[in-house]
Design a protein around this ligand. Structure first.
Ligand code: 13P
Length: 252
């Protein structure tokens, strides 16, 4: 954690959440956040697209931001089932995740596609969270840092800046498995990402680099204390305010 970068704790609800229960979770999160006068971190929830408008309304006036989980590279057109970044923005989103490993794996998204989506998100005025991370085979093969370099260099838009771009390091093998890298391993990858960013951006020191993959209340403090870890991207433990709050509490 660093003094110069405001932590961001983001929840990725993936394909989970129906309207009534989701609104209750936001209300509960609002209540918990209100107990802190000025929370020293940003809080973001990325629900399924069907809930963005309702949750943006439920979060209005609070410090909770709402984001999308993916966007199309184009602003409109014949792309059945897809959602443009402009539409996310129109529904009340301020952020968008791109390049999540589940999108890369399930939908064949390459770095080039991720980059085009990130550019679209920035064009629409959204803050973009670009995900990177190695598979278990890549880690076991000693390729972690080269895979991360490749993803960072080729998924980030040229116009990326610290104000509008966040990197999320999510080792694929740590997502939903209960396994996490050691703090030393996280430190090594985050330092590597920081070094890569330096070659790509003028304000690389101000870019927030989140860790994601099996973050929960019981391991968040240890992970958030690692150098160059500026917050978390949380899946399962973000679905319930009661599970998400202890993670937020480690940085406020
Ligand atoms: P889990 O926290 O459920 O491991 O998911 C992490 C993730 O993929 C967030 O984007």
């Amino acid at each position: 954690m660093s003094q110069q970068r405001r932590p961001l704790i983001a929840g990725n609800w993936k394909m989970n959440g129906l309207a009534a229960a989701a609104a209750e979770e936001i209300a509960e999160l609002r209540r918990l956040l209100k107990e802190k006068e000025t929370p020293a971190c940003d809080v973001l929830i990325c629900p399924p697209a069907t809930l963005i408008a309702a949750l943006a309304a439920a979060a209005r006036g609070s410090s909770i931001a709402i984001g999308g989980q993916d966007c199309h590279a184009n602003a409109s057109g014949a792309h059945t089932g897809d959602i443009a970044a402009e539409m996310l923005k129109d529904a009340g989103a301020t952020h968008c995740i791109v390049g999540h490993s589940e999108r890369r794996a399930d939908h064949g998204e390459t770095n080039a596609i991720v980059k085009a989506k990130a550019e679209a998100a920035l064009r629409a005025g959204l803050t973009v969270l670009v995900c990177v991370g190695e598979t278990l085979a890549e880690r076991d093969g000693g390729k972690t840092l080269s895979v991360i370099s490749d993803q960072v260099k080729n998924s980030l838009p040229q116009v990326a800046s610290a104000a509008t771009t966040v990197i999320a390091y999510e080792p694929v093998w740590a997502i939903g498995t209960g396994k996490t890298p050691t703090p030393e391993d996280v430190a090594a990858v985050h330092a590597h990402i920081r070094a890569e960013l330096k070659a790509l951006m003028n304000d690389s020191e101000a870019v927030r680099i989140l860790y994601g993959g099996s973050v929960k209340g019981s391991n968040a403090a240890e992970l958030m204390a690692v150098e160059n870890v500026d917050g978390a991207l949380v899946g399962g433990a973000s679905l319930k305010a009661a599970d998400f709050w202890p993670i937020i509490e480690t940085v406020i």
